[in-house]
Design a protein around this ligand. Structure first.
Ligand code: HEM
Length: 464
């Protein structure tokens, strides 16, 4: 460890290993959110524990998280357990790559998603979301998670390849199965390695081939007809690295799959929890609906409208505070190092948990209360940079954060301007890779009532 404060550093107790430590491991796989909360309560911002034989540390304080992700990021790498599991699907794309490959790819892909550039996608997002919301209303009732997942597949397809989703139904189904395979592999202590030909593994390999082949064809079509499409795949084809070279075919395919994976699941979960929180907080839904109706009426938002929808954005941000779609992400100590005042051995698994930090009374007054005013423009938000991390921080910070904020703001405004959504019951949370509801949540989406004088009336329900 290269540090002149090494003398002040304590060893971190990881608890018992072997059979006696099995209890924590089993509890971890059964309910990691509860285990994380308990560890942080008992031990503070740097908490030691074990997963099986492996020493692990849960990091939940803003300063300590900043050490791992930003100020001493070089001493931590992506966790091998994660990169090994996700490699067959994601390969050398941004989500799991590191070092020079990551830096070169990021320098080419990130500029396509800057806050200046993404408003050009508002139309695609708004039109596609609007169509899905109308479908929910026509159906009367919707399985909310399935509904937002379908909607976000359509939005992401629109952004990446500028084509209707219906033409790619088999690809969406394969991509969904691939993600489920990954979720399962990440949230179970033991899974059959890919070289064992179980039915699940054979289907996974077949699905991967189908998705890669589809991505290669989409890239090829755009390469042969430059200028015909205005979408992200075309924009990636036009990117050049420092030496003026384009991305190789394999890297392009990897990035299409990485972007789809990164953009879809997190965003769908964010929309789910936003709709859910609004249905549980009718007074807040009413205020946001008043803003949305005043600005949009029956129209879909344009980029110019967004500046007039600040409260809808606050609602979305607050929903990601209480329900961060990426509640915890992993690193691994690349060498002997430290976090806060604790020595950390090489290879220790490091869980960064915004979920716990976002719900800590040390960071947020009244942390369990859903209160979008925390994000009001006039409020002191100096805490936001360190204590609010739905998109992570440092060299791997989400490249899609500006896009995701627009998606969330547009979704909130369209949902509320169009009507009232009621979810049938409390949705308990579960952690897979993302934050998901434990059980199916059905929702009724009632159209906005227009009174005889032509003014909108907003229907609200009280929480049960
Ligand atoms: C509400 C929606 C989203 C949330 C909460 C979210 C969250 C995150 C988080 C926490 C990370 C960092 C993980 C880590 O440090 O290990 C990340 C990385 C990433 N996100 Fe997002 N994301 C969202 C939407 C998107 C969208 C729309 C895109 C597409 C452009 C995207 C693309 C990526 C990529 C490519 C990375 C890897 C970046 C790197 O390692 O350099 N995300 N995201």
């Amino acid at each position: 460890m290269n540090d002149d404060r090494a003398g002040e550093i304590e060893r971190l107790d990881h608890g018992r290993s072997g059979v006696l430590g099995l209890g924590t491991t089993l509890r971890w796989f059964r309910d990691p959110l509860a285990v994380m909360g308990r560890l942080a309560d008992e031990q503070g911002p740097v908490a030691g524990f074990r997963i099986g034989m492996f020493p692990a540390v849960l990091v939940t304080g803003p300063a300590e998280i900043n050490e791992v992700l930003v100020s001493r990021a070089a001493e931590f790498r992506r966790a091998r357990a994660v990169t090994g599991t996700l490699w067959p699907a994601l390969r050398e794309g941004l989500i799991i790559s590191e070092g020079e490959v990551h830096r070169t790819q990021r320098a080419m892909v990130a500029p396509l998603f800057t806050a200046r550039r993404v408003p050009k996608y508002v139309d695609v997002m708004a039109t596609r979301m609007h169509t899905h919301l109308r479908k929910w209303q026509a159906a009367g009732e919707v399985d909310l998670l399935a509904g937002v997942q379908e909607m976000m597949h359509d939005v992401v397809a629109g952004l990446l390849i500028d084509e209707p989703l219906d033409a790619h139904r088999d690809v969406v189904e394969a991509a969904t199965r691939i993600f489920d395979w990954e979720m399962r592999a990440m949230s179970r202590p033991i899974v059959a390695p890919l070289n064992i030909p179980t039915k699940r593994n054979r289907d996974f390999i077949q699905d991967l081939a189908l998705v890669r082949d589809w991505a290669a064809r989409a890239i090829d079509a755009r390469r042969r007809n430059p200028g015909r499409h205005d979408d992200i795949v075309s924009a990636m084809l036009a990117q050049r690295d420092r030496d003026g070279a384009p991305m190789s075919e394999d890297r392009l395919v990897d990035e299409v799959i990485n972007l789809w994976a990164a953009a879809h699941e997190t965003s769908a979960d964010a929309m789910f929890w936003t709709a859910y929180a609004l249905s549980r907080h009718p007074a807040i839904a009413e205020s946001a609906a008043a803003e949305a109706i005043r600005v949009l009426g029956d129209a879909t938002p344009t980029a110019e409208d967004l500046g007039q929808l600040p409260y809808c954005l606050q609602v979305f941000k607050e929903s990601m505070r209480l329900y961060p779609p990426s509640p915890a992400f992993l690193r691994e100590a690349a060498s002997e190092t430290r976090i806060g005042g604790y020595a950390i051995a090489e290879g220790t698994i490091v869980f960064i948990a915004p979920y716990v930090m976002h719900r800590s009374a040390r960071q947020f007054p009244d942390p369990e209360t859903f209160d979008p005013d925390r994000f009001a423009q006039e409020a002191d938000r100096s805490w936001e940079r360190l204590s609010y991390l739905p998109f992570g921080a440092g060299e791997h910070v989400c490249i899609g954060s500006a896009l995701a904020l627009l998606e969330g703001q547009i979704f909130t405004a369209l949902l509320l301007a169009g009507g009232t959504l009621r979810v049938d019951r409390d949705a308990a949370m579960k952690l897979t890779i993302n934050l998901r509801p434990k059980r199916e949540a059905r929702a009724i989406y009632l159209p906005r009532q227009v009174s005889s004088r032509g003014r909108s009336r907003i229907e609200v329900s009280e929480p049960r």
